[in-house]
Design a protein around this ligand. Sequence first.
Ligand code: 3HC
Length: 691
Amino acid sequence: MPTVTLARHGEVAVATLDNPPVNALSATLRGDLAAAVVQAMADPAVTALVIAARGKAFIAGADISEFGKPPVAPLLPEVLESVENAGKPVVAAIEGVALGGGLEVALACHGRVASPAAKLGLPEIKLGLIPGAGGTQRLPRLIGAAAAFPMMLSGEPIPAQKALALGLIDRLVESDAVGAAVALARELAARGAPAKTGGRTDRLTAADREAFEALAKEALAKSGEMPNVPALVEAVRGAFTLTLAEGLARERALFVALVADERSKALRYAFFAEREAAKVPGIDDSVKPRPIARAAVIGAGTMGGGIAMCFANAGIPVTLIETSQQQIDKGHARVRDTYGFSVKRGSMSEEARERRMALITPAVGLAAAAEADIVIEAAFEEMGVKREIFGALDRIAKPGAILASNTSYLDLAEIAAATSRPADVLGMHFFSPANVMKLLEIVRPAGVAADVVATAIALGRRLGKVPVVVGNGFGFVGNRMLEARTRAAERLLVAGALPHEVDAALTGFGFKMGPFAMSDLAGNDIGWRSRKARGKSAAVADALCERGWFGQKTGRGYYRYPGGARTGERDPEVEALIAEVSASKGVSRRSFTAEEILARLLDPMVNEGARILEEGVATRAGDIDTVWLNGYNWPAWRGGPMHWAESVGLDVIVRRLERQARESGDASLEPAPLLRRLAAEGKGFFAVRAI
Ligand code: 3HC
């Protein structure tokens, strides 16, 4: 089947692209498009060409899966050159998204028409790249660099309405974008030789350059690890200083270098891992999700309030339930205040806040959950409390309602057993702050019905989350691995490292915060309570809590926070206390390099990840990485813990773990059998999908 078909609307030819699911510009599509352009231009009866597309996207961009493979002709820049220099007008009819190379196709055309639902953007930056088929040259020429640069820097698509205001499209039409594009093509043909976007210089004024340079300076100061930001600045600057041909050549060279960069490879891997995570064994298209028109959230604490906001943001009415009027008033007010920050920042209008608040109905008592199609419990993290709530919900909730718990550790099967309908019970684990963090762990206990899991996945997407289905085991995927890291951090303190050294090693790696600053922020008492409930101990962490040093909220924890400071200072008393703990365990303290600290923090996480895979708690290594990238701020350009482990070498990790296990006498550090086997066979995690 050809991916492009040519038809005629009178004397205007229409090339319709059809490369499901999103018209990515694969080698075949590029070839077919180039051939269609040649054919239309060669036909004396044709005066102009329209490029249109079937399906939900106009064009989602270059085919990302081809990056890093040997290039196959014709390359996109060549195809677009033939469009721009076609000799007859070419007009893009944009319905759906025009992203990356897709927008670059439209930019090479001589006119652009879009429907109101269209979105236009250059998201290459999110893949560690820059536009590589003329975007950095043609977009500034069309709308000015001061407007074009922020679009390329953020990667966020803009709606058609805004594109019209910027001059990025010529016409916005309510319906029949193809018909309108044909009409525009006809008008352009009547005017004679088409004006080329790439030939324009009128928008590249001195004032535009000045505004661009100011934005570029700001972006460079914040670019951190990402080499594509300086590359983007350099490419866009070329629009002012180089001819179009030179600018395109420089852009291409920068793009090609970035494609080979490990950081871009990690981001591209993460893109596909996230999409693969959406494919869940036993849940195919034949399993239909249940309809969700109304929700209830139990518990109006920070978590419950945040979850209720997710529903309101998605336009789904939700009842927020507490045990007393006072509690619900407090929780409801907190939600209003949280929206208030967005209003103050200017990212939300007052009306939008009111619309969302109107979707949240505060209520006292579980009976208010009777009408909900899904109930999400976000109450106190204790099995007794959860079982009591689920027992009551069993009597109250309507038949077929989904009963979900937001528990972050507890056994879902035990919670489900408190009801007479365990097939309707599963975990929906949101991450704090719930209205911001993308991850949603969907916990699948053995007895849950497939359509209940499918509903949770579909709902997760509606809420704008990245759903990852995980098995029912202590801490599921994310928190179980986090606990391995927490134990490792405590071990490091006892062995000789200090809190600020451990934190610095992790922020140096790319995390926003180290484990101790994080624990001080969340409250050290949370882990303390959880350890006590499980009969576990951690000498340093317990000693801090026994002194009431819970972290920021008490003014001291691993660090001191004088006068309510948000950033901690080293605390000599804590450091002395750590030394005492080491002495009491007969450990002679030694110093650690940042590299050693990193290995000791991250290798045990990878080890736990390998156990999680072996036990089938995660379906694939990519699911684990998707969890860490979207719920725990793992630096995106490092691709997640399992991807990182492969970049280090599994054999190296095995050797380091063996040494740690030997030195510490801690058997939990022995390499997991799967890790050992893969290392011995010279294989990686990604060769053993769906273990
Ligand atoms: N290349 C290859 N495959 C792509 C793709 C692309 N550019 N965009 C999407 N896909 C695939 C996905 O992997 C998925 O495949 P699967 O069904 O086998 O898992 C399928 O298309 C559907 O994608 P989503 O699940 O993401 O569908 P949504 O409807 O949720 O979203 C979308 C659609 C908004 C187009 C989203 O897929 C997206 O943002 N795609 C990436 C866009 C992008 O980054 N484009 C720039 C590419 S780089 C470039 O163009 C370089 C150029 O300058 C030279």
